[in-house]
Ligand binder design. Structure first.
Ligand code: SF4
Length: 407
C-alpha cells in the first residue's frame, strides 16, 4: 500500500462520528439479555444485514435445532469461532472461544477447514483472513458487525496523520503501533512504516520495543489503551498528546509534538468507557471484600482505581482461578461477565455497570445469521466472505508478525 507523502491541507474537517458509535447503546436495558426472534430484535434501531423472511421469525429454539444439524453436516469443513463477547446462544456452537488474536491463530492452525465462521466483528475476520491459508474462506455471519473503535480510524485520516507527522517531525522519529482492534488497512500502514500490532495483553512489550526503534510512538486507534500503557511504563501524562483527526496537526502545536513521547489517536471503545470510578466506589461500599478488575480500554482514572487491569483472557483466568467465595466486580463486556458469573457459581461475579449494555456490534451476530450462513455453505455458496487485498494483507501480516516475534 503506497503511502502518499504530499502535505495535507490545513483546514479543519467536520468531525464524523461512525454510525457504529451512534448505534452503540441500542441494546442497553435493565433486564438480563435474552435472545428473541430476529424480527423483535430488528426494532433495536441498528443496521442489520437483510435476511430472507423465513429466518426472521424463527424462535431461538428452532434456530438452535437447525444450527446444530447444519454443524453436524458441515463437519470439519467449517470451524466456528466465538469471541468472548458473543451472546450465549452463539457461544454454544463455538468450536473455540477466545479473544481476537487467539481466535485468528486458532483459525490459521485449522488448515483442514475450508470455512472459518468468525462470530466476532469485522476486523477480527480480516485478521483471520490475513493469517489463514489461501484455501480458507472467512465468513462473518452479519456483515454489519463492525467495531466502533476500529471505525474511528479510517485509512485516509490515518494517512493524513502520518504525512503530517513525517513533515513535522521527520522520517524515523515516530514508530506506529496499532491495537489489534483496527482495520487491515491500518495494520498495513503500520507494517509498511516499521511498526507493529499489539494486543491488550502485550501493549507494554510492543511499545517498549517501539521506543527502542524511534523517539516516539503513534498509538492507534484507542487513546485509553495507549494512555494506560504509557502510564504503566512511566511516560508522564503531559508527554502523551492526543491526535484529533479533525484538527490541523491533530489539535497540537509542532512543539508539543516534538516534546511528546506518545501520540494517541482519539479513538475509544464505547463499551469500556462506560466504567467509572463512581461505579467502583459503589461496588466497594456494597462488598468490602470485592476485587475490581477492568479492561485496559477503560479510562485511566478507572484503571487507577481498580485492583487489577487485564485483557479479556486475563480477566477470564483470574476469575476462574480465584478461591471459592471471592467477589469480583468486572469492567468489561456484559456477555463475558454474565458467562463468568454462570460458570463460577461459587463466587460473586458482577458487572460494574448496573445497566446491561452489550457491545452492539458483537450483539448483531444473532443466531438467525449463523443459521443463514451455514445453510448457504451447505448449498454450495459462500456468503459474507471477508477478504483482504494482497498488498494490504502482506503489510498487515508484517505488523502482526513483528508483534508475534516479540511474544
Ligand atoms: S467491545 Fe469495543 S473494541 Fe470491542 S468490538 Fe465492541 S466496540 Fe469494538
Amino acid at each position: 500500500m503506497a503511502i502518499n507523502l504530499s502535505i495535507v491541507d490545513e483546514k479543519v474537517r467536520n468531525p464524523r462520528v461512525p454510525l457504529t458509535e451512534l448505534e452503540q447503546s441500542a441494546f442497553c436495558q435493565v433486564e438480563p439479555l435474552e435472545t428473541k426472534p430476529l424480527a423483535e430484535e430488528l426494532n433495536a434501531g441498528v443496521r442489520w444485514q437483510r435476511l430472507p423472511d423465513s429466518y426472521v421469525n424463527m424462535t431461538p429454539e428452532e434456530l438452535t435445532t437447525r444450527i446444530e444439524a447444519n454443524k453436524v453436516q458441515l463437519g470439519s469443513r467449517a470451524v466456528i469461532l466465538g469471541h468472548h463477547y458473543q451472546r450465549e446462544d452463539i457461544i454454544q456452537f463455538a468450536d473455540f472461544r477466545g479473544d481476537s488474536l487467539k481466535l485468528s491463530q486458532y483459525a490459521a492452525d485449522q488448515q483442514g477447514s475450508e470455512f472459518i465462521i468468525f462470530c466476532g466483528v469485522h476486523f477480527m475476520a480480516e485478521t483471520a483472513a490475513v493469517l489463514g491459508g489461501a484455501h480458507q474462506k472467512v465468513v462473518l455471519p452479519n456483515i454489519n458487525a463492525g467495531c466502533s473503535m476500529a471505525d474511528m480510524a479510517p485509512t485516509d485520516d490515518a494517512l493524513d496523520c502520518w504525512d503530517d507527522l513525517m513533515t513535522t517531525l521527520g522520517t524515523g522519529s515516530v514508530i506506529p503501533v496499532t491495537y489489534m482492534n483496527s482495520t487491515a488497512e491500518i495494520k498495513a500502514l503500520v507494517g509498511e512504516n516499521g511498526g507493529a500490532v499489539c494486543t491488550s495483553s502485550n501493549a507494554d512489550r510492543v511499545v517498549a520495543w517501539a521506543f527502542q526503534q524511534g523517539k516516539r510512538v503513534l498509538f492507534l486507534p484507542d487513546q485509553h489503551l495507549g494512555r494506560n500503557t504509557g502510564a504503566k511504563m512511566g511516560v508522564p501524562l503531559d508527554e502523551m498528546v492526543l491526535w484529533n483527526p479533525f484538527q490541523p496537526l491533530g489539535g497540537n502545536t509542532a512543539e508539543a509534538l516534538e516534546q511528546s513521547k506518545m501520540i494517541l489517536w482519539k479513538g475509544h471503545c464505547s463499551v469500556h468507557t462506560r466504567f467509572t470510578t463512581d461505579q467502583i466506589a459503589r461496588a466497594r461500599q456494597e462488598y468490602p471484600d470485592v476485587q475490581v478488575i477492568v479492561h485496559p480500554e477503560c479510562m485511566l482514572e478507572s484503571v487507577q482505581e481498580a485492583d487489577y487491569v487485564g485483557s479479556t483472557e486475563l480477566i477470564v483466568k483470574m476469575v476462574s482461578e480465584s478461591a471459592p467465595g471471592s467477589v469480583w466486580a468486572i469492567g468489561t463486556e456484559i456477555n463475558l461477565v454474565s458467562r463468568l458469573a454462570h460458570e463460577n457459581p461459587d463466587k460473586t461475579v458482577f458487572c460494574l455497570d448496573p445497566v446491561v449494555c452489550p457491545c452492539s456490534t458483537m450483539y448483531r451476530i444473532h443466531p438467525a445469521y449463523l443459521l443463514w450462513v451455514t445453510d448457504e455453505l451447505l448449498a454450495g455458496r459462500v456468503p459474507n466472505q471477508v477478504s483482504v487485498a494482497p498488498e494490504t494483507a502482506h503489510y498487515a501480516k508484517v505488523a502482526l508478525d513483528r508483534m508475534l516475534s516479540l511474544s
